[in-house]
Every structure is written in structure tokens, then in C-alpha cells.
Ligand binder design. Structure first.
Ligand code: UFG
Length: 340
């Protein structure tokens, strides 16, 4: 019988791509999602790609009783991948309590149920935001975490600590936190991808909407950073490469290949790319022109960050495979698909 994996937030952007990769690797997936930032149709899209419609339960993970009922119903879970969370940095500054409530309570409820129902493997969506602006680049897992720049970022740091402490208090529990850099792109079939609500905050959805004519112009936030072309640098990773990192993390836990009960890994490409280089690469990959203007820096943005991925390469045997041009091409294909 195949291993059963609970994927919380499995209809979301990274979650849906991970469900596809899990199913393609033979796992039996059950999704829990409250659909606050995703659509139920994603289940059909996943079925179109993999031939299997994942099991689905709609409720909010902050509801302890519902979650306990879920664990009673699904009594054969082998592992959990916990994506479900509020994730807009700006909104978290406006509504800190909502962010602490959603992101911390869901994780604590999940871990309580893991203890109560003897489910012992957890993979968690963390973020490179825990490093803030590092002194030295690239960042390794030894790079110290910094005080968070936003309530959202703080929830990621606190969640990592909650997992570490809970894992060390229960000798059966194991956890892996994956610190994502900037996930972009979409599945090659263009059947799933990122579906931002309203005006996108993130670079790539704003860029593709601009090229599609939905937005007039992309604003490049700052050209006076201490970087070769003056625009800010990030490590952009194809969401399918990121999804595959979750599959290997699950295998590591299920096959007891982990070195420690709680581990964390950077998941990026290792390449630092500026906003202007993104525009260049997009234009090259798609032969579309990106209308843009340079504006002031965005408050709260860091100058540059990119990953040292050696630990994930060596320990997980995983590396990002897609080129930036391929990744941006997939983002454009997805944008055209959702407008068709
Ligand atoms: N940018 C623009 N114009 C835009 C949007 C973004 O120039 O319209 C720039 C930003 O200034 C930044 C880069 O593009 O330099 C990437 O910005 P994103 O908003 O796409 O991503 P961030 O790096 O700001 O944020 C991402 C995730 C967060 C996470 C953070 C960790 O969205 O969830 O990485 O560093 F917290």
C-alpha cells in the first residue's frame, strides 16, 4: 500500500505543484484547505495532470476539533506537509494578530494531533525571510536568523522553533523545515499555477499581468541598491523544482535517512538575479516586451539574498534543474492560459 500524505494548503500555488509531484511518485495524497486563497477547481486540474483526483477536506486548521476529527477519519497518515498559511508580507503588518492566529495556531494544532494520533513526520514551508538581510552571501543554514522584518516573517521563525522544540520533546517525531527562496513559474502543462487575488504584490505575477495588458507598467522598486545594475537581487526557483524538494524530504523522513530529528534546508537555485535581469530573461524567453519604469525602493525590501544550496544538494540529493528562461517561459504560458 502506498504511503498516505496529508498536504495542508494543497490547492495553493506551491501545494498544488507538490501534490502533483507526490502523486507522480506514487503517494496517496489527502488535501486539507480552507480555500481562503485558492480554488476548488485545482483538484480537477491536478486530476488532469496526474490522472488522480486527490482526496479533499475543506476546513480551517485553526479549528482544533475539526482537525482532531480529521485525524480520526484518516487514521493511516504517514506524513504531513504543512503549507497552509497566510503569506502576504504587507497584510501581515496591517493585521499581525490574524497572522499570528492563523499561522501559529494551525501549526500547533497539527503538532498536537501528530502527538495524539502517532503521526510522526512533518515537512514545513519555511522561508529565506528568516535570514533578513544577511551579512554574507550566499546564505548557508549556518547563517544566523535575524529578527523578522514583518509579522509574517516572524511567524515562519516562530513556527521553526515550535517544530524544533516539539520534535525534541517526542522521540518519535521528526521534522524538516524547507527555507524557500522566491518560488515562481508554473507547471509545464499550464493547468496549475499562481492565482493572486487582486493586484499582485510579487514580481512575477505583476510582470506577467503587465505584459498581458492587465497592468499598465511594471514598477521596478529601486535602482540604487549596491548591486551590479542597482536593482535588488533574489534567488528565483521554479515551483516544480521546489515541489520536488518536498518529495525528497518526505522520502528522507519515511526512510529514516535524516541525520537529526529536526533539520532545515535552503531550497533555492544558488543564483542571485536582479529585477532588471528578470525583465531581460523574460523578454528573451518569451519575445515579449516588458513595459517598466524605475520607482523608489519598496519599504521593507532587502537588497540581496541568494542561497548556498550545498546542504540540500548533498544531504537530500536534490538540486534545482530549470533555467531562469524556462521558468519565466512557464510563468508566461500560465498567464496566457488563465486569460484564454
Ligand atoms: N519587485 C518589483 N516590482 C514589483 C514587485 C516586486 O520591483 O512590482 C521587486 C522587489 O522589490 C524585490 C523583487 O522584485 O526586489 C522580488 O519581490 P517579490 O515581492 O516577488 O518577493 P520578495 O522577495 O519581496 O518576497 C518573497 C516572498 C515572501 C517572503 C520573502 C522572503 O513573497 O513571502 O520573499 O525574502 F517573505
Amino acid at each position: 500500500m502506498s504511503n498516505q500524505i496529508l498536504v495542508t494548503g494543497g490547492t495553493g500555488f506551491i501545494g498544488s505543484h507538490t501534490v502533483v509531484e507526490l502523486q507522480n511518485s506514487g503517494y496517496d495524497v489527502v488535501i486539507v484547505d480552507n480555500l481562503s486563497n485558492s480554488k476548488i477547481e485545482v483538484l480537477d486540474q491536478i486530476e488532469e495532470i496526474t490522472g488522480i483526483k486527490p482526496k479533499f477536506e475543506q476546513f480551517d486548521l485553526t479549528d482544533k476539533n475539526k482537525l482532531a476529527g480529521f485525524f480520526e477519519k484518516y487514521s493511516n497518515l504517514d506524513a504531513i506537509i504543512h503549507f497552509a498559511a497566510s503569506k502576504a508580507v504587507g497584510e501581515s503588518v496591517e493585521k499581525p494578530l490574524m497572522y499570528y492566529h492563523n499561522n501559529l495556531n494551525s501549526l500547533m494544532n497539527i503538532m498536537q494531533c501528530m502527538n495524539d494520533f502517532d503521526v510522526n513526520n512533518l515537512v514545513f514551508s519555511s522561508s529565506c525571510t528568516v535570514y533578513g538581510q544577511p551579512e554574507k552571501l550566499p546564505v548557508t543554514e549556518q547563517t544566523p536568523r535575524k529578527e523578522a522584518e514583518s509579522p509574517y516573517g516572524n511567524t515562519k521563525s516562530i513556527c521553526e522553533d515550535i517544530i524544533r522544540d516539539t520534535v525534541y520533546a517526542n522521540s518519535k517525531l521528526k521534522g524538516i523545515a524547507l527555507r524557500y527562496f522566491n518560488p515562481i513559474g508554473a507547471h509545464e502543462t499550464a493547468k496549475i499555477g499562481e492565482l493572486p487575488l487582486g493586484i499582485p504584490n510579487n514580481l512575477i505575477p505583476f510582470l506577467t499581468q503587465t505584459v498581458a495588458g492587465i497592468r499598465e507598467e511594471l514598477s521596478v522598486f529601486g535602482d540604487d541598491y549596491n548591486t551590479p545594475d542597482g536593482s535588488a537581487i533574489r534567488d528565483y526557483i521554479h515551483v516544480v523544482d521546489l515541489a520536488k524538494a518536498h518529495v525528497v524530504a518526505i522520502e528522507r523522513l519515511l526512510e529514516n535517512k535524516n541525520q537529526k530529528a529536526y533539520e532545515y534546508f535552503n531550497v533555492g537555485t544558488g543564483n542571485g538575479v536582479s529585477v532588471l535581469e528578470i525583465i531581460e530573461s523574460f523578454e528573451r524567453a518569451t519575445r515579449e516586451k516588458v513595459p517598466y519604469k524605475i520607482v523608489d525602493r519598496r519599504a521593507g525590501d532587502i537588497e540581496k539574498i541568494y542561497a548556498d544550496t550545498s546542504l540540500a544538494n548533498d544531504e537530500l540529493g536534490w538540486e534545482a534543474k530549470s533555467t531562469l528562461d524556462e521558468t519565466l517561459h512557464s510563468a508566461w504560458k500560465w498567464q496566457k492560459h488563465i486569460m484564454a
